[in-house]
Design a protein around this ligand. Structure first.
Ligand code: CMX
Length: 133
């Protein structure tokens, strides 16, 4: 069951350049940075109530974030829904003809299991499911 919007993923060229806006203009506190090697990204998280903002900087030209920025520039990259069961969310998506990008959950930032749905079968929104490990 989906229980909340867990975070919004925002593609940035540089965490160092992007973070001051969130800290100084929005007054948010950076909760921490983490590299997710499997996704070729470095992340920084900010809490906004129960929801988080995840800034994503590419660490390689092969990173999905590098490709996204090359095509679209910086901006909102994905919406992540928090769930208590990523595997059943994936099964429900597949049962409804949605293209999944991960057949089984993978490790994501913040010690979570994550999996993505292709934006071409979700109305243009790259969709993530995430679940605390
Ligand atoms: N939101 C909406 N549409 C997107 C998109 C996004 N974030 N990224 C790509 N697309 C669109 C492209 O614009 C393109 O559309 P057109 O065909 O109309 O030009 C289409 O999707 C491309 O699809 P593709 O050729 O199959 O795939 P790409 O090589 O462009 O890769 C995607 C796109 C979503 C499959 C890939 O980025 C992916 O697998 N993402 C999941 C993993 C991920 O994003 N990891 C980074 C975050 C990790 C984290 O949060 O820790």
């Amino acid at each position: 069951m989906i229980t909340k919007i867990d975070h919004l993923g925002i593609a940035v060229k540089s965490l160092d350049d992007a973070i001051p806006y969130y800290e100084n203009v929005l007054g948010l506190e950076c909760e921490g940075r983490e590299e997710v090697e499997s996704q070729n990204v470095k992340t920084a998280f900010f809490a906004v109530g129960e929801v988080h903002v995840e800034l994503l900087e590419p660490t390689s030209p092969e990173s999905p974030i590098a490709k996204f920025i090359e095509k679209n520039g910086e901006g909102i990259h994905h919406v992540a829904f928090g769930t208590d069961d990523v595997i059943s969310q994936l099964a429900q998506a597949k049962d409804n003809g949605v293209r999944v990008l991960h057949e089984t959950p993978i490790d994501g930032a913040g010690n979570k299991l994550i999996a993505f749905l292709h934006p071409k079968s979700t109305g243009g929104v790259l969709t993530e499911f995430c679940q605390p490990k």
